[in-house]
Design a protein around this ligand. Structure first.
Ligand code: ZN
Length: 114
């Protein structure tokens, strides 16, 4: 018996990341798109996400700079702590999200069950 599966539209995705406990046991985190810029090639905020599953909910923002690079911001303590190195350091949430987006643009699309 299969429950009906919601369509995968990347609005909400679950990713397993090292958890918030001291042992960092893998835990499911949910990424929910809260904003998408209709013109993502323009400088400015491209998209924002809410991450749930950790100790608190966090916000991630992807920002396109005027020179065309992407900057990533996360409100979790890990990202804030490393904030001054943010060009070289991403917290696990941003890493997870980047991996997810990379997977999403790759052409392998799972065929829908017949
Ligand atoms: Zn984070």
């Amino acid at each position: 018996m299969n429950a009906p599966q919601p369509r995968a539209n990347f609005a909400i995705v679950t990713v397993v990341l090292p958890g918030p406990t001291r042992k960092r046991e893998p835990a499911p985190y949910q990424f929910r798109v809260t904003y998408k810029n209709p013109d993502p090639s323009e400088p400015g905020c491209v998209a924002t996400w809410t991450v749930t599953g950790g100790r608190e909910d966090y916000q991630i923002a992807a920002e396109r700079t005027t020179d065309g690079n992407m900057e990533w911001h996360c409100t979790c303590p890990d990202a804030v702590y490393h904030g001054e190195y943010r060009h070289h350091y991403f917290c696990k949430h941003v890493h997870g999200l980047q991996a997810l987006l990379k997977a999403a643009v790759e052409p392998a699309r799972a065929p829908l069950a017949a």
